[in-house]
Design a binder for this molecule. Structure first.
Ligand code: MN
Length: 198
């Protein structure tokens, strides 16, 4: 049984960058819908006792399980997204190790933030932007629809940003760049990213 994890903060906590209304729909309808679809698909099957990560890995190996993969991966991606954001982002900073890697691989924190925004802008259609560690290097890339880096050996996601229209349309309409800019500048939880980088 897959659970809808509690949101790590209040529905209003990310205002003024992400509204309560957006979170009500995004978490309460979209994410909750992915949880329900996943549960319905695994109920009374041999997969019903798999944890979410193993469910995603299993479903990613078989095209017959595409619907299950999409809903389960969307549950995981959304959990990771909410944890990637914080209403107290200004109190969070990259660890010394992560800061050193950001400077080495992107030149500066500013350049890293610019690359997150640019990568989100270049994702055609729905998807996700990721900062991940691959061996000794950091990498920024996007994935389409429900695709998730946890299925790729050697790639360790540190944070993600949802660029599906449902993530920003109520607050920013079609202005994905403004959404990305405000989220990247004001909401990234660098403590969470640093914890994932060990
Ligand atoms: Mn979403």
């Amino acid at each position: 049984m897959i659970q809808l994890h509690p949101l790590p903060y209040d529905f209003k906590a990310l205002e003024p960058y992400i509204s309560e209304k957006t979170i009500q729909l995004h978490y309460g309808k979209h994410q909750a819908g992915y949880v329900k679809t996943t549960d319905d698909l695994i109920n009374k099957t041999p997969m019903e006792n798999l944890d979410l990560n193993n469910l995603i890995l299993t479903a990613s190996c078989d095209t017959v399980l595409t619907k299950l993969f999409n809903s389960a991966a969307q549950v995981w991606n959304h959990q990771f997204y909410w944890n990637s954001l914080s209403p107290e982002a200004q109190k969070h900073h990259p660890s010394a190790q992560l800061k050193t890697s950001i400077d080495k691989d992107f030149g500066s924190m500013d350049n890293c933030l610019k690359k997150l925004i640019e990568t989100g802008m270049n994702q055609f259609g729905s998807g996700w932007v990721w900062l991940a560690r691959e061996n000794n290097n950091l990498t920024i890339f996007s994935t389409s629809n429900a695709q998730t880096p946890i299925t790729q050996y050697g790639l360790k996601p540190l944070l993600c940003i949802d660029v599906w229209e449902h993530a920003y349309y109520l607050d920013y309409q079609n202005d994905r760049k403004e959404y990305l800019t405000r989220v990247v500048t004001n909401l990234i939880n660098w403590d969470f990213a640093s914890q994932n980088d060990n």
